[in-house]
Design a protein around this ligand. Structure first.
Ligand SMILES: Cc1cc2nc3c(=O)[nH]c(=O)nc-3n(C[C@H](O)[C@H](O)[C@H](O)COP(=O)(O)O)c2cc1C
Ligand code: SF4
Length: 680
């Protein structure tokens, strides 16, 4: 199969031979240090190269000028100091016969002025981008001249840094801002006709070519249809693609469909779980047949079958599987070795991208090694020591990961789970039909546990006696938590938890007050489920914004559901008391700002306040353990073996991970497990 697999066939791009058809498109992971791609950045791309892909596109819009300040840790390609760091990165990646390019841009209005050098944000017309909120200045002639020159200088630095090529980002940024009627209201030589609107792009391409010559690869990641009434039409977009190809200045097109000026718009360009696979693939195929030019594309092609289809059907020359590689950088290697079923799936949770828009670094919800290559392995190696008897209690994300990792390290592992299936809270998270893919987090681990010979015992509520009966050397308690409903001044017995609703344990009532003091997915899911089920819902939170833990690409679909079902949002109110009055409940809401109380009369009060640890087994086992449950945090952070031994009478080492310690999230639970277990 590998000899005939369309995905594994080489591709000739100009002078560059790409060894297969798999690519990671540009994505800024916010791993820069001081604006430069140092060790973390390099190791991240090295891992992809090790994994066998043909080409990795680095950066996500490395910025060409200081008046395009970093929006999410972008590489500052306008600085000469960047070149040696580029060289180190490109040499490293090339050593694996993997091509490496870089995306460059001027962000235009897609950034803010209140960082770095505090220069005004500039755009073709002074129109605010809702997502980044800056009011831009209208670009003057000298702005356009210096930005064009900056593109050329940046391209020269990229060439000097050893890249195989550059890609210009042309959707939602400065240069393509001239193309779109939504962002260009100019009356001068850069407005009006398509030729005028393309002028700045032509100027940039000419300057770049003059700087680096005809041989260097220059590609365009360009919007060919903004899919927006006020934006660039499909006809004009396709015309632009053809005109740019006709310049003879460019070497590939990386096709984008959609616009990105708001969270809602971006969520269709980078679609999450619950949306159809590869929504823009056929369109990219149309661009390929129209232009007969090399076409790349990425948008939710997260499984190998769809990627294979894209190449086999001639829709794409190179398939972008970007988040798929954040989840598993070794996809190609696994395809080649007939181990496709071992690929850790991208479940489309959007945790990676949501984090960068909140100022964090891109992390995969269920691969804690991504972006942490300096300390965390993507491939678990067998322990050098003797096999140990490990008992893991609880098969939620933390317990499954602990069992998988210790199993793959060659230990003799028993995994107890009270429920009939693995997953814990992930099963609950998958209860909303459109979020059901999240179950892949549990399913993949359960499969890997089976392959590693983990003895998985479901329907078994293990207590300390059951654990001790296994005569363990290591016990890992990953029993998770239970909803915390004990935060009210009065009325705890009258409320239901979000879990009660999500799991169908409690039937929804007609008029529901849902109080969210967590700010994460559970209450949002619950509101959506209640609303879709026909309840009248008021979602109340003490926060000043809705669900601050739910990022910008996860929010839109909730908001859509709330709009469609009339879920009412009330901010800045804390639920303090619930009391029964007849067959109704009265909920008291307090404003910390005005020090006032108000009341609601409803049929049901549902609350979300995180979880409390389910820690009975842990405490029952604590005194009999060698370490009395203690974790040496320095060793944990430094990935060294846990050696604390405070109890000479102890018979086993005991650890507690995930929500069995404190209410956190899936990533935290899995990271807890991985970093502990790789030293066992
Ligand atoms: C964390 C993250 C950052 C991204 N940043 C950029 C960027 O700076 N420039 C860009 O063109 N695309 C960016 N993207 C979009 C990806 O290149 C890709 O188009 C998108 O993830 C959809 O493809 P996928 O479904 O294969 O992940 C980013 C994606 C992610 C996940
Ligand atoms: S966080 Fe979610 S969308 Fe991002 S790579 Fe991981 S599984 Fe995929």
């Amino acid at each position: 199969m590998t000899r005939t697999d369309p995905l594994l066939q080489p591709y000739q791009l100009k002078h560059l031979k790409l060894k297969n058809r798999i690519l990671s498109t540009a994505h800024e992971p916010n791993y820069t240090e001081d604006g430069l791609p140092k060790k973390r950045y390099r190791l991240y791309h090295e891992e992809k190269a090790k994994g066998g892909m043909a080409m990795t596109m680095t950066a996500g819009s490395a910025i060409v000028a200081p008046d395009s300040p970093a929006a999410f840790g972008n590489i500052e390609v306008y600085r000469d100091e960047v070149v040696p760091w580029f060289r180190e990165l490109t040499d490293t990646v090339h050593a694996y016969d993997c091509a490496v390019m870089i995306q460059i841009t001027h962000l235009g209005r897609r950034t803010n002025w209140n960082t770095a050098d505090w220069l005004p944000v500039v755009a073709p017309s002074p129109l605010r981008e809702p997502a980044h909120r800056a009011f831009p200045k209208e670009a003057e002639d000298w702005d356009i001249e210096r930005i064009v020159a900056a593109y050329a200088a940046a391209t020269e630095r990229c060439k000097a840094g050893g890249f195989d090529g550059v890609e210009i980002e042309l959707y939602g940024h400065f240069l393509d801002g001239f193309w779109s009627p939504a962002t260009n209201q100019r009356q001068d030589a850069h407005g009006g006709s398509l030729a005028n609107r393309l002028r700045a792009t032509y100027q940039a391409l000419d300057a770049m070519r003059a700087a680096v010559g005809p041989a260097f690869i220059i590609g365009l990641r360009l919007v060919c249809d903004e899919d927006w009434q006020r934006g660039l039409s499909r006809e004009e977009g396709l015309e632009i693609a053809q005109r740019l190809v006709a310049t003879g200045q460019v070497d590939f097109l990386n096709v984008i469909r959609g616009h990105i000026d708001s969270d809602e718009a971006l969520s269709h360009v980078i679609p999450n779980m619950g949306t159809p696979a590869a929504p823009h693939l056929d369109f990219a195929g149309e661009v390929r047949s129209l232009t007969t030019f090399p076409v790349f594309h990425a948008a939710r092609i997260n499984d190998v079958a769809t990627a294979r289809h894209a190449v086999a059907e001639g829709l794409l020359d190179m398939v972008g599987m970007t988040r798929a590689h954040l989840a598993d950088p070794h996809i190609t290697r696994k395809i080649k070795t007939g181990r496709e079923d071992e690929i850790r799936p991208c479940v489309g949770a959007g945790y990676c991208i949501d984090r960068i828009y909140e100022g964090g670094e891109a992390l995969c919800i269920h691969n804690p090694a991504t972006g942490r290559e300096a300390t965390m392995p993507h491939v678990i190696t067998r322990s050098q020591g003797p096999a140990q008897r490990v008992v893991v209690v609880g098969a939620g994300p933390a317990g499954l990961e602990a069992a998988r990792v210790t199993g793959e390290r060659g230990h003799d592992v028993v995994l107890f789970e009270a429920a009939s299936d693995p997953g814990g809270q992930v099963r609950l998270a998958a209860r909303l039909q459109r979020r059901r893919e999240i179950i892949g987090i549990a399913d993949w681990r359960a499969d890997r546990c089976r392959a590693a010979g983990v003895d998985m015992r479901f329907n078994t509520y293990a207590d300390a006696t059951d654990v001790m009966a296994e005569d363990p050397e290591i016990v890992i308690v990953a029993t998770g938590g239970i909803p915390n409903t004990g935060f009210l001044d009065t009325g705890e017995a009258l409320v239901a938890s979000t879990w009660d609703i999500l799991s169908d344990d409690v039937a929804p009532a007609q008029n529901v007050l849902l109080f969210d003091d967590n700010g994460a997915h559970p209450a949002m899911m619950c509101a959506e489920m209640l609303g879709r089920g026909g309840s009248t819902v008021e979602l109340v939170t003490p926060e000043r914004t809705l669900a601050p833990e739910v990022g910008g690409l996860n929010q839109p679909i909730y908001t859509k559901a709330f709009d469609e079902t009339g879920v009412r949002i009330t901010l800045n109110r804390r639920l303090t008391h619930v009391r029964r009055e007849g067959n109704k409940l009265t909920a008291a809401l307090y404003s910390e700002y005005s020090k006032t109380n108000e009341e609601r009369s409803v049929d049901q009060v549902v609350v979300e306040h995180g979880t409390l640890p389910l820690d009975e087994v842990y405490y029952a086992l604590k005194e009999g353990s060698i370490n009395r449950g203690a974790v040496d945090y320095d060793a944990l952070i430094g990935c060294r073996e846990q050696t604390a031994a405070t109890n000479p009478e102890g018979r086993y080492r005991l650890y507690r991970i995930g929500d069995a310690v404190a209410s956190r999230n899936i990533h935290a639970a899995i990271y807890d497990a991985l970093r502990l277990c790789i030293t066992i």
